[in-house]
Design a binder for this molecule. Structure first.
Ligand SMILES: NC(=O)c1ccc[n+]([C@@H]2O[C@H](COP(=O)([O-])OP(=O)(O)OC[C@H]3O[C@@H](n4cnc5c(N)ncnc54)[C@H](OP(=O)(O)O)[C@@H]3O)[C@@H](O)[C@H]2O)c1
Length: 366
């Protein structure tokens, strides 16, 4: 690290997006790169993951649940921080509200507080989610949301509340809020290195553990790759890009409906002998009332396979009844080179990869 260079700080640097962004900034080489992780174990794991590159970075421990998380960032470094990219968050959809509040909301408050103490700051990027708009339906513009539509779970609520912290407490700062769609694969070839609710739900379908799914067939779903998001976030971190709220997501025309996704997924599954042999049917879509009745009914069989399968989908179930038409004009204006790619090809490639590797357990194909 050179004492005169500008510095970029990435929080959540041990997470999926944080790692990718950290590497990207190290590759770009025009800033000192400060990587914030939650714990000492996270520091060791990240250093190991970066290998020789770790020498070019400074890894700091900053637990956002602590009172003074950034105490490893001394005054000299603070005065050189020109860019902050805040990705750290508890990302489980079933997170408890108090945990979500402490890390995602109050934690963002700590980041904004640090940003206000960085005298040469040019950009504060807060990485959010398209679901920070909660249960809002219809056309959704790239602007702050008032939260009045409610939320499917505490994760969504906390990501909305974190946006409010940035917009209100960071009002005098050069902020951007980047609402990211669901990352289904690292790249267009469908490689998957981090599983989320999308992958786990497909796994349950493949093994015939879900005969019923919540949702409406015409609900649009917005998918992106880790590569596309990393590139967009890195570019939007540049101070030449205007601040504001961005949807790092395809617009409505680049989304697939839930029905289209299920058709595609089950067509790909049918290519596999093991799946065909079991004669597993595509799950039926339940209306909201029926699904809630079902969930209420099976909770008494705690520990059963059905209960475990439902527990996986229940935290985001309400969202599958909400038709959002995302607008991404601001994104396309700032990044004319942004291309969403073909969502059907992306889902097909992702499903093929998941099946081939049986969700992580590699199956050699001869
Ligand atoms: N992946 C997606 O599909 C997606 C979609 C939309 C939006 N996003 C948003 O993108 C951001 C990054 O997501 P991701 O997929 O990279 O998630 P991730 O892999 O779960 O990474 C989140 C990171 O935050 C860290 N963290 C959690 N609690 C913390 C605390 N108290 N103090 C400091 N760090 C803490 C985690 O550290 P530990 O592992 O040590 O706990 C982890 O490294 C999140 O804000 C998420 O809301 C992601």
């Amino acid at each position: 690290m050179r004492r005169s260079r500008p510095a970029v700080l990435v929080t959540g640097a041990g997470g999926y997006l944080g790692r990718r962004l950290g590497r990207r900034f190290l590759d770009e080489g025009d800033h000192d790169v400060v990587l914030a992780v939650r714990s000492e174990a996270g520091r060791a794991a990240l250093a190991d993951d970066l290998g020789a590159m770790a020498e070019q970075a400074r890894i700091v421990v900053a637990d956002l649940g602590a009172d003074d998380p950034f105490n490893e960032i001394d005054d000299g470094l603070r005065r050189r921080v020109t860019r902050i990219v805040h990705t750290a968050a508890v990302t489980r959809f079933n997170v408890e509200r108090d945990v979500a509040r402490r890390t995602n909301v109050d934690g963002t408050g700590h980041v904004v507080d640090l940003a206000r103490r960085c005298p040469v700051l040019e950009r504060l990027v807060h990485v959010s989610t398209v679901y920070a708009t909660g249960l809002r339906e219809g056309v959704i513009h790239e602007e702050p949301d008032d939260g009045s539509a409610g939320f499917a779970n505490a994760y969504e609520w906390s990501k909305w509340a974190a946006e409010q912290v940035v917009v209100d407490e960071g009002a005098s700062l050069p902020w951007s809020v980047l609402r990211v769609a669901t990352i289904v694969a690292d790249d267009e070839r469908g490689r998957v290195t981090q599983h989320n609710a999308f992958h786990e739900t497909l796994k349950l379908c493949f093994y015939g553990l879900l005969s019923l799914l919540p949702g409406r067939g015409d609900t649009p779903l917005y998918f992106v790759t880790g590569d596309a998001v990393t590139d967009a976030v890195a570019r939007l971190t540049h101070p030449a890009c205007p601040g504001g709220v961005y949807h790092v997501s395809p617009e409505r025309s680049g989304a697939l409906t839930l029905d289209e996704v299920l058709d595609l997924v089950f067509t790909r599954f049918q290519e596999v002998e093991e799946f065909r042999h079991k004669r597993i049917l595509r799950p039926l879509l339940a209306d909201r009332e029926s699904f809630e009745l079902l969930v209420g009914g099976v909770t008494s069989f705690a520990g059963s396979l059905v209960h475990q399968a439902l527990a996986n989908v229940t935290p985001f179930a309400r969202q599958l009844y909400v038709a959002k038409a995302l607008d991404n004009l601001r994104l396309r204006t700032a990044l004319p080179q942004y291309r969403a790619g073909d969502p059907s090809a992306l889902v097909a490639a992702t499903v093929d990869q998941l099946v081939q590797h049986r969700w992580g357990r590699r199956v050699e194909v001869v």
